[in-house]
Design a protein. Structure first.
Length: 135
């Protein structure tokens, strides 16, 4: 049962890599912040499941919630948005370009993170209401 759950859950290391590169944070700088080597960060970003303490440190450094790093399925989100025309690599490439050439205050990654967090809250509230309705 645990293997089935792990197979269907989002790739937490890819989520860390996605937000790190989108915020234009190099691996060596992230490594210093989190307290590991650059090669340790590479290994971390390859792991599908990461323990909560490392996820919390990563979330704090990246300015996102731990729920986003745990539960955001980037590929499913991108598939829904662009029917495979948008890839994680394209977004990472473009976000660095936008950050370095413009003064746009509306960061789409922050909006995505904010919307996902609001979705999680709404799902929790819905589950609470459904539970109360059954009692």
């Amino acid at each position: 049962m645990e293997k089935v759950k792990e197979a269907t859950m989002p790739h937490q290391g890819e989520n860390i890599r996605f937000f790190r590169t989108a915020k234009n944070i190099k691996q060596d700088a992230f490594a210093k912040e989190i307290g590991m080597t650059q090669s340790g960060v590479t290994k971390l970003e390859r792991r599908k499941v990461i323990e909560d303490d490392l996820l919390m440190k990563s979330a704090n450094i990246l300015g996102v919630s731990i729920e986003v790093l745990k539960e955001l399925d980037l590929q499913k989100t991108l598939d829904a948005l662009g029917k495979n025309h948008i890839t994680i690599e394209k977004i990472e490439h473009c976000s660095g370009f936008i950050d370095s050439t413009t003064n746009i205050n509306n960061n789409p990654l922050e909006k995505l993170s904010e919307l996902y967090e609001r979705l999680l809250i709404a799902e929790k509230q819905l589950a609470k209401y459904e539970k109360e309705g059954k009692e």
